[in-house]
Design a protein around this ligand. Structure first.
Ligand code: SF4
Length: 507
């Protein structure tokens, strides 16, 4: 962020932990973590894709001259150049920057694209890696094709907008900058280009403005509080000792989960344990004793079938599912593609997986055996099975229709081990597969490889040169295979009584 001044608030300072802005000034020497750099790299890839699609010059020169100014938003004079380009009336301005103050609070925003409206005002457009709209046959909203920005008019699209606060705040600050420059649109309309790089979806920014203003004016907190994002925050080595020294209850109950206890004056984990509030106090004691999982009852169980398959899907953002992994107790069978997500190849890959699964089911039936398929937290698998059917049924041979998928999902053959575990266990740090499987004695070959790493690995696997791509593919297959095996391990462990987990109330 070359020229960005640390004391100016940026839109990302306004969402999530507000203590970051304090730590950023306290510890300017701490540089961003690799995951943050990777996220930035993914955003850069998306931004470049969009900038490449923007019109350079109109295909046919109309009456209105078309000009495009590409600015470097890291340059010292970026804001000055932005104002110059606005004054010159350029049709498209990329890499714009605005700064300003609101009641003495200084802010700064980088605007990916400014698009000149016919009345001379500008519409800010932000590029985001979020999914900003979803197709909806019953609703309409407005959007402009990215290739027509600055040239075309908005069209009615059958879609609904999804809200992402950060995108709304970025647009709000952009409009505040345009206001200062005397070029804000009366309509307060901005646009966001999300994972679907073809469309800029129009957003009424007024709905975000009050919250963005409030966030700007809210004073920064004076102490840290553990929240979800601490896990990926560069300042954790500074905040953790502070929280530990205070025995802050957020170390055990993150974010606002401890609010009800704070309201009762319980601010430390020790106080929560001593308060003897039933289950929560027992779980707090388990947390203090570093016990990851507890049994609610002495007896535990899991569904059992003669033939059991564990399944795990990997997807890249919202673009498609590239890997369906299956473990049959002896062999790991990956169905995978490393390119052409969203194209017929994705449907064909799923069709191979589906046909394999059905053949295992039919074989079991012929041999008079029961058959069950397992996954851990079925939301992802359900989403991608249904989405694949919707996108490819009738177009790609072997892809089932939605009804067939729905019948499978609602059948006894489809089992969510997370739901099974949750009904019998409780974990101070939650019951994610990563928390639970180690208690069941399972360990991943690829340690420290979490969701965001897999996104980055897919980017390398699908775009880098050999042997880097090959290494990333091997890593993803190992990770996915171990997720399948970990699901199986949890099931076996529950059947054997989950004895390594103490019974709640016994600690
Ligand atoms: S480690 Fe957590 S509390 Fe500290 S600045 Fe980061 S997100 Fe905030």
């Amino acid at each position: 962020m070359g020229r960005m001044q640390s004391e100016r608030l940026t839109p990302s300072d306004l969402v999530g932990c507000r203590y970051r802005q304090v730590q950023r000034i306290n510890f300017p020497e701490i540089s961003p973590l690799p995951a943050t750099m990777q996220r930035r790299a993914r955003r850069e890839v998306g931004l470049t894709e969009v900038l490449d699609r923007l019109p350079e010059q109109p295909k046919k020169r109309g009456r209105i001259p078309f000009t495009r100014a590409d600015l470097d938003n890291d340059a010292e004079l970026a804001e000055f150049e932005t104002l110059e380009a606005i004054a010159a009336g350029d049709t498209l301005i990329t890499g714009a920057v605005f700064t300003g103050t609101l009641e003495g609070v200084a802010w700064e925003v980088q605007v990916d694209v400014l698009v000149r409206n016919p009345d001379g005002s500008y519409m800010p457009v932000m590029v985001s890696n979020h999914r900003v709209a979803r197709p909806d046959p019953h609703k309409t909203m407005q959007g402009i094709a990215v290739t027509r920005l600055g040239l075309g008019q908005p069209l009615e699209l059958k879609a609904t907008l999804r809200h992402h606060t950060i995108d709304g705040y970025r647009l709000t600050l952009a409009l505040m900058g345009l206001e200062e420059a005397g070029a804000a649109p009366e309509s307060s309309i901005g646009a966001v280009v999300g994972q679907d790089r073809d469309w800029a979806y129009l957003v009424d920014v007024t709905r975000y403005a009050p919250a963005a203003h409030r966030a700007l004016l809210t004073p920064a907190p004076t102490a840290p509080r553990r929240v979800k994002e601490c896990a990926t925050c560069r300042f954790w080595p500074k905040c953790e000792p502070e929280l530990k020294a205070a025995d802050d209850i957020s170390l055990f109950l993150t974010g606002d989960r401890a609010d009800t206890y704070r309201e009762k004056g319980i601010n430390t984990t020790t106080a929560l344990i001593d308060a003897n509030l039933g289950e929560i106090s027992h779980v707090a004691a388990a947390w203090r004793a570093e016990i990851p999982v507890l049994r609610r009852e002495a007896h535990t169980s899991a569904p059992r079938f003669d033939v059991e398959i564990d399944v795990d899907v990997e997807a890249y953002l919202d673009l498609g599912a590239y890997l369906w992994g299956a473990w049959d107790g002896k062999t790991y069978i990956p169905f995978v593609i490393w390119s052409d997500l969203g194209e017929a190849a994705e449907g064909e890959n799923f069709a191979r997986f589906w046909s394999w699964l059905k053949s295992r089911r039919d074989k079991a039936r012929q041999q008079g055996q029961t058959f069950g398929v397992f996954c851990y937290a079925s939301n992802g698998e359900n989403h991608w099975m249904l989405s694949t059917a919707r996108r490819f049924f009738g177009k790609v041979k072997g892809v089932p229709d939605e009804q067939e998928i729905r019948s499978f999902i609602s059948s006894d053959q489809w089992n969510d081990m997370f739901a099974v575990a949750r009904s019998q266990l409780v974990g101070p740090g939650g019951l994610g597969l990563k928390q639970l499987a180690p208690a069941a004695g399972f360990h991943w070959e690829e340690e420290d490889f979490a969701g965001e790493d897999s996104l980055h690995a897919y980017l390398i696997a699908s775009t880098a040169a050999e042997p880097e791509a090959e290494a990333a593919r091997a890593q993803l297959l190992s990770y996915n295979g171990d997720d399948c095996r970990a699901t199986a391990a949890v099931r076996h462990w529950l059947r054997q009584g989950a004895r390594t987990a103490p019974v709640l109330g016994n600690i």
